[in-house]
Design a protein around this ligand. Structure first.
Ligand code: LR7
Ligand code: MN
Length: 593
């Protein structure tokens, strides 16, 4: 183990002395308040205050609820599936507005508040790794545009709560000219009252996009290492030390944590598999399986993994090295492509990019990007074009073969970037493909591209827990497809029950999906939650297809936060709809043989 037993020789007493010396001699950079006791206590334990929304009906307040989640690779955090329950119109508004503006469930995000426990998703062996006590200090840079305040502040507090103060030089927030009112007044006031001296807020005067936004953040940073995070992340237990240690060992090493999944619909935190970054010739990032030769190293589950590319949002890098290596391409706008650009640049110009399995950071994965670019441009194409022209040599033809319309598209001035490449005497793109990403060419030689891995798709089929007809107790009728059960998008209605009709048979599985006739899943629209449920292809990632069957026979929809109800139980039309759960008979269902 590379970082195993660094400190084993020291007793805990000598360890504290070392830390003490470190604080006093090598670190005048404790700009963020008083020197912490050498017990390495996170800030959060000294400054625990109430989030804005402290509890929700029927449940105990969360913020001081510090129950420890069980250790090991459990699949989900302990979060009630009913965390998103709608009680009134105001809840409904928060939820719907949240999906509209942020593409995730803001009602749940607000209810969680600014602190929460997370399941420790690391491999158990990570807990045995000992890191050198003296590590470089970190400036955490978070650039945001129109982020939900609760998600942004939970990101900030997760860092404060789970980072030893002596390693955290500062947190720099870059507001990329957000339009939302609470990101102005309320955020300012909150920082002033609660985060004084720890968090710097910088505001862009106009929208720059995340690439120039991060460069602004980095230019204000004074810590030794830059750590970039998206504005809807939560860092997990012992996340930072495993990132800093390899950088301390070699300043040209750039590191990424494993990016765990925070569900956009339920905010449940679950572990990601260990995968690495790749890309395809359309210049889209994808996750690839780790080659067995890398996985089966003697260090097993804790060894860093070489990664051809990074996802982009979450990484740590020596600050001077970031500058030497040419920061980012400031000609890139808003979103997209910068992650492949910096990945190619790192590898081609003498650095290396690693994924650190013992560092875990959650990220809210959403199904759509809730914002565009100011002029409506396709910034991903613009940015990709720039990176192809600067870094890909003759291989840019592969991109143009897929995107012929871009061949003649202008991409601005790239001379500064070409001079970066020259100054650093970087390798060719062929060298990169041969040495860093041979799997891509190997897959092509076999005649098909390497299949990506999807983080949230379990490989196994979920086990069916219960089968039968779904009878509404008030109407005394069964839920069936209005048309054919195989018709995607078709609605469901109540009809007379026929015990032997296979088209009336629902399966309820451990993913909490309801599957009709073994074909399609009962699904709701996230954006238009007033629409009736419909039958859709099962996507296997919960949320819009996740139902709980339970208490008082209700059928609760997890992302909508409402219960399935018969609209007019006596009418032969048999319509059903989502409604605020009220325990009435029209909302009672039985799954029966
Ligand atoms: O104009 C903008 N200004 C901003 O400040 C647009 C965005 N942003 C902020 C935004 O608020 C967020 O904090 O930039 C951050 C990233 O934007 P997202 O969350 O919309 O991006 P994403 O998570 O969909 O996209 C991934 O790819 C991007 C390519 O440009 C960035 O590199 C993101 O950081 C990156 N996110 C991750 O790597 C997290 C894991 C996702 C995967 C795979
Ligand atoms: Mn993101």
């Amino acid at each position: 183990l590379r970082y195993f037993c660094y400190g084993c020789l020291f007793t805990s007493a000598t360890w504290s002395v070392l830390l003490f010396v470190y604080f006093n001699l090598s670190h005048d950079g404790l700009a963020l308040g008083s020197a912490p006791a050498p017990g390495v206590r996170p800030w959060g334990s000294q400054h625990r205050f109430q989030p804005r929304i402290t509890h929700w009906p029927g449940h105990e307040p969360r913020p001081n609820d510090r129950r420890k989640a069980p250790a090991g690779n459990q699949r989900t955090a302990e979060l009630s599936p009913e965390m998103g329950m709608i009680f009134n119109e105001q809840d409904q508004e928060v939820r719907d507005e949240g999906y509209h503006k942020h593409a995730f469930n803001m009602l749940i995000s607000n209810r969680l508040g600014y602190h929460r426990d997370l399941p420790d998703t690391r491999n158990g062996k990570c807990k045995e790794v000992v890191y050198p006590p003296a590590l470089p200090s970190a400036s955490v840079v978070i650039c945001f545009f129109n982020e939900a305040l609760s998600a942004l502040l939970r990101t900030v507090h997760s860092v404060l709560d789970r980072t030893p103060a002596y390693l955290l030089h500062e947190i720099i927030l870059v507001d990329d000219d957000s339009e939302l009112a609470d990101l102005k007044g309320e955020l300012d006031a909150y920082i002033e009252q609660n985060l004084q001296g720890k968090v710097k807020l910088v505001r862009n005067e106009k929208r720059e996009g995340l690439i120039r936004g991060r460069m602004v953040g980095a230019s204000h940073a004074t810590g030794e290492v830059l750590v970039f995070l998206d504005s809807h992340c939560e860092v997990n237990e012992m996340w930072l030390q495993p990132l800093l240690a390899p950088i301390k060992e070699d300043r040209r090493t750039v590191v990424c944590p494993v990016i765990d999944i925070i569900s956009a619909d339920t905010l449940v935190y679950s572990p990601s598999p260990i995968v690495r970054g790749g890309f395809n010739w359309g210049l889209h990032f994808k996750w690839d399986p780790v080659p067995p030769s890398d996985l089966n190293s003697p260090d097993g589950a804790v060894a860093p993994i070489r990664s051809p590319t990074m996802a982009g949002g979450l990484f740590a890098m020596d600050r001077n090295y970031f500058n030497e290596l040419g920061q980012y391409d400031s000609g890139m706008d808003i979103w997209g492509g910068e992650n492949l650009e910096i990945s190619f640049r790192i590898w081609m110009c003498g650095g290396q990019l690693l994924i650190i399995p013992c560092s875990r950071v959650g990220h809210i994965f959403r199904k759509r990007r809730p914002y565009g670019s100011p002029g409506g441009q396709d910034t991903m194409a613009h940015n990709s074009l720039r990176l192809a022209h600067v870094w890909m040599d003759e291989y840019k033809e592969q991109y143009f073969a897929l995107r012929p319309e871009l061949r003649t598209r202008s991409y601005g001035d790239i001379s500064e970037r070409l001079s970066v490449r020259q100054r650093l005497r970087c390798h060719s793109f062929k060298w990169y493909l041969d040495h860093v990403y041979p799997e891509m060419q190997a897959a092509e030689a076999r005649g098909k591209a390497q299949q990506p891995v999807f983080l949230n798709k379990g490989l196994r089929r979920p086990k069916v827990l219960q089968r039968g007809r779904l009878r509404n107790l008030q109407a005394n009728k069964c839920l069936v497809a209005q048309g054919r059960p195989s018709q995607k998008g078709g609605i469901v209605v109540l009809r007379d029950c026929h015990p032997s009709d296979p088209e009336q048979e629902w399966a309820y599985d451990e993913e909490q999906e309801l599957i009709l006739a073994g074909l399609l899943c009962l699904d709701v629209s996230e954006v238009r939650s007033s629409d009736p449920p419909r039958l859709m292809k099962c996507h296997g990632s919960g949320g819009s297809q996740q139902w709980t069957l339970g208490k008082s026979n209700r059928l609760y929809q997890v992302s909508v936060g409402q219960c399935l109800a018969a609209v007019d139980p006596l009418s032969h039309k048999g319509y059903v709809a989502m409604a605020i759960c009220n325990g009435s008979e029209s909302q009672q269902w039985q799954l029966e043989d």
